[in-house]
Design a protein around this ligand. Structure first.
Ligand SMILES: Cc1cc2nc3c(=O)[nH]c(=O)nc-3n(C[C@H](O)[C@H](O)[C@H](O)COP(=O)(O)OP(=O)(O)OC[C@H]3O[C@@H](n4cnc5c(N)ncnc54)[C@H](O)[C@@H]3O)c2cc1C
Ligand code: FES
Length: 360
């Protein structure tokens, strides 16, 4: 196996730290959008669950960088891991993938992760609404397929916004699912350029109308997944909360982690505390003092923890605090329900009020 010379991964000395994946097929969905299928370089299946993303590591201008892409395939149907990339003008990694990547190329990865999934506590809901905009369809497509094929008692509604019909990713595949599951699956395609302004750009009032129109069960039996631009997700969340939906019923996935201007809050306690981390069967204990985060302190000790954005926006670094208290300076991914179950982010987490133990 040779790393292609154009890929900026060669000879960076981090091969040993990450897994190597090989591109086994590439499908052009439309201009500027491609789906890549991967296996490990020994041909092994890369494990994942619906709704997760995969993170790649590369060097750009001599710096280690990471990018995550939601998985668009369905593990429940034994599909090998695929992810779908939209080319971003001037984007470092999306352009490499969509313009240059070829079958047989290798990528460094930290594997699949993420919380935008159907975990155990989502089982009690009977109707699942998905709100997706643009390329935000990728994890949603995987989740929709998974529910339709594995949870026969759940109703599924997809509200999918795009500028025009020609930009709808997975249009044919979604319509095939409609034909296959006519009693359980409904789709509302919205086009922001539509002349029918009552069904064009998604607004708070349109969310309320669609919720009423598609409701098949009482509000407390509904679960919501949202993926799209930041302002879109915020609007949908506000709209749902105005309709009496509890925040515990809403999950969101944020694709844009580039804006690093995050609010710098200060912890109630800035003393040094010991952090014990259990990761990959090993246990490490090290001191952490504000302003250093748990992730930064672990990196300094040479401990490999998962991460991607490092600003509390992607969820790659999520872990569970089993003892003590971790204060988060920023969190855009963990919902109240996750926090209640002890989930924390190591990239914005600081130990407070004593020593802590964390499981990764
Ligand atoms: C959890 C997660 C899942 C993701 N899943 C997908 C996916 O399934 N498919 C996909 O195509 N992308 C996905 N992304 C976005 C992806 O990780 C990259 O951010 C995106 O491809 C741009 O990277 P780049 O290196 O090409 O651009 P960069 O070099 O990082 O940025 C170049 C320019 O583009 C702007 N930019 C960066 N990201 C975006 C964006 N998402 N939208 C608009 N402008 C942007 C920046 O502000 C900058 O001006 C996901 C991100 C996260 C955190
Ligand atoms: S690395 Fe993205 S939330 Fe921590």
């Amino acid at each position: 196996m040779q790393l292609n010379s154009w890929f900026p991964f060669r000879g960076q000395g981090f091969m040993g730290q990450f897994s190597i994946a090989i591109i086994t097929s590439i499908k052009e969905e439309m201009l500027g959008v491609k789906t890549f299928t991967l296996t490990y370089d020994d041909g092994g299946v890369i494990p994942y669950i619906a709704g997760q993303f995969i993170t790649f590591v590369f060097t750009h201008h001599g710096r280690e960088e990471r990018r995550s892409f939601s998985i668009s395939s369905c593990a429940a149907l034994s599909e090998p891991l695929s992810f779908t990339v939209k080319r971003i003008d001037n984007g470092a990694y999306s352009r490499l993938l969509t313009d240059k990547a070829a079958v047989g190329d290798t990528l460094f990865t930290t594997g699949a992760a993420g919380l935008f999934t159907l975990s155990g506590h989502t089982a009690r809901y009977e109707q699942v609404f998905f709100f997706a905009a643009g390329i935000g369809i990728t994890p949603v497509y995987s989740l929709v397929k998974t529910i339709l094929h594995t949870e026969p008692n759940k109703q599924v509604v997809l509200i999918y916004s795009n500028r025009i019909k020609e930009e709808v990713v997975f249009y044919k595949e979604l319509n095939e699912l409609l034909t296959e599951f006519p009693d359980r699956f409904k789709i509302e395609f919205l086009y922001s350029t539509s002349f029918d302004l009552s069904r064009a750009r998604l607004s708070k009032s349109l969310v309320a109308v669609l919720l009423q129109e598609y409701a098949a069960v009482p509000h407390d039996k509904m679960l919501f997944f949202i993926c799209g631009p930041f302002a879109y997700m915020r609007m949908v969340i506000f709209a749902l909360e105005e309709q009496g939906i509890n925040s515990e019923q809403i999950r969101k996935e944020n694709f844009n982690t580039n804006d690093r201007q995050v609010i710098q809050a200060e912890p109630p306690d800035k003393s040094t505390h010991l952090v014990t981390i259990q990761v990959n069967g090993a246990e490490h204990t090290f001191p952490v003092q504000y302003p250093e985060t748990i992730l930064q302190a672990a990196k300094k000790q040479g401990i490999q923890l998962p991460y991607s954005c490092e600003v509390g926006r992607c969820g790659s670094c999520a872990a569970r605090c089993t003892k003590g208290k971790v204060w988060l300076s920023y969190n855009e991914v963990l919902m109240d329900m996750d926090l209640k179950h002890g989930s924390i982010l190591t990239c914005t987490g600081h130990p407070v009020d004593g020593d802590v133990t964390i499981e990764v």
